[in-house]
Design a protein around this ligand. Structure first.
Ligand SMILES: [Zn+2]
Length: 184
């Protein structure tokens, strides 16, 4: 027994692309118009708010974050080098997004870059990062954001160690370290 009469199944197939397009458009808020400049760049995500899962107002973020965390994550600020709480931390654990607790990096991908910010050669497998072209301050950089809540995390540079050759240069103020439970 077929669950649908044949003519209904046919109709469903005919409408499927149209329904999908409607869904996609409905998911697009008014502020998520892609930046036309970044549309040519193949390597980075065009849509700053793509699939953003955690949304709070500016005022709500201000209430739950410290002033430095707010400035860095919500206003794309940068903490001063060698001042953040994790720049030389070697403790085993998982670094989460300070805003939404999404797991982003593991301590075993952290390395001593000497730059004064926590540096990782790769994100946690399955972590939801967004990489965006950033041409502020007269530099061409790739900004890294949390896809879940759109928090600014830092930048990724192509001067990291093997195996990736990448350096994710991340503000301590964007991170929250959850230490591994001690093994007995
Ligand atoms: Zn987040």
């Amino acid at each position: 027994m077929h669950p649908f009469p044949n003519h209904l199944t046919g109709l469903l197939y005919a409408l499927a692309p149209w329904l999908l397009a409607c869904c996609l458009m409905a998911c697009h808020g008014p502020e998520s118009t892609p930046d036309p400049e970044s549309a040519q760049d193949q390597d980075v995500d065009d849509d700053k708010t793509a699939a953003k899962e955690v949304t709070r107002t500016d005022l709500e973020w201000k209430e739950v974050l410290s002033p430095l965390q707010y400035e860095v994550t919500r206003k794309a600020g940068t903490e001063r080098a060698f001042t953040g709480i994790y720049w030389d931390t070697k403790t085993a654990g998982t670094y989460q997004c300070v805003c939404c607790k999404a797991p982003l990096f593991r301590s075993n991908s952290k390395f001593e870059s000497g730059c004064g910010w926590p540096s990782f050669f790769e994100p946690l497998e399955g972590s939801r990062l967004v990489e965006l072209k950033d041409e502020t301050l007269g530099m061409r950089r790739i900004e890294v954001r949390c896809r879940e809540c759109d928090a600014h995390l830092g930048h990724v540079f192509p001067d990291g160690p093997e195996p990736t050759g990448l350096r994710y240069c991340i503000n301590s103020a964007s991170l929250s370290l959850v230490e591994d439970a001690p093994s007995d």
